[in-house]
Design a protein around this ligand. Structure first.
Ligand SMILES: N[C@@H](CCC(=O)N[C@@H](CS)C(=O)NCC(=O)O)C(=O)O
Length: 240
């Protein structure tokens, strides 16, 4: 009998331990995925906008830490931010006890861990390949073309500017934007609005801010106007 009781106690103890771990991991999930578990470290007018835009589209709770770039270098110089991102860049998403950087990765992470609300087509759908293509065209092709112009024209003193080089960089940016202009046949990149529009739309915003040469981007202009009429985008611009 004593042996049976000891066995029973041991089983009960094991159940209690398992219950404890299950409950605490559930509580952690609630803590992480409930209230304000998403914190965005951002700078106004930067790639942070796309992350905030997505969170606004998904109507998720999040906390926002808006910082400033040191204007002389166009960087966040605080040591505190270096702990979040080794290069001190933005955006950074703080969640589940870690810092995640790279705007595309952050957008993907939010879509995969929260309800994506239809902003990402299923891998089995016919539009998934095109979705990925446009999503990555942003940081893979469009942003590098825009950043070349930004750094050589806007972050280089006038006296040191190489005008021939800047003209070539502007021509590349022009080509990259023309591709979007020519391929846009519907309201949004893959037909329905998706996170690819958030990535590309935010990059177009930056490209527009540095002024584009080509005045015949008919589709691009109306596409951007369509994006700009979305209240979550406008809120992201106000907030960041
Ligand atoms: N590929 C990165 C680029 C991040 C990036 O360069 N962010 C800019 C703001 S838009 C920045 O922090 N610049 C300051 C610096 O380079 O130190 C991303 O998509 O998050």
């Amino acid at each position: 009998m004593q042996v049976l009781n000891a066995e029973k106690n041991e089983i009960l103890q094991r159940i209690r331990i398992r219950f404890f771990f299950q409950t605490s991991s559930l509580l952690k999930k609630i803590e992480d995925f409930g209230g304000k578990m998403l914190k965005v470290h951002a700078v106004a007018n930067s790639r942070s906008v796309r992350v905030i835009w997505l969170l606004e589209e998904l109507e998720l709770n999040y906390e926002l830490n808006t910082m400033d770039f040191d204007q002389s270098v166009g960087k966040v110089l605080s040591e505190e931010h270096k702990k979040r991102h080794p290069l001190g860049k933005v955006p950074v998403l703080e969640t589940a006890g870690q810092y995640i950087w790279e705007s595309g990765a952050i957008v993907q992470y939010i879509l995969d861990t929260q309800n994506d609300n239809g902003l990402k087509p299923a891998a089995s759908s016919g539009s998934y390949g095109k979705y990925l293509q446009w999503f990555h065209y942003c940081e893979g092709t469009l942003m590098p073309a825009a950043v070349n112009v930004i750094s050589d024209q806007f972050f280089t003193p006038e006296s040191d500017q190489d005008h021939e080089r800047i003209a070539k960089e502007r021509a590349v940016l022009d080509d990259v934007l023309s591709v979007i202009d020519e391929e846009l046949t519907e309201d949004y990149l893959i037909g329905d609005f998706s996170a690819a529009d958030i990535m590309i739309g935010d990059a177009i915003r930056l490209a527009k801010a540095i002024g584009w040469q080509n005045s015949s981007y008919t589709n691009l202009e109306s596409y951007y106007a369509r994006l700009e009429s979305r209240p979550p985008f406008l809120r992201a611009l106000e907030l960041s």
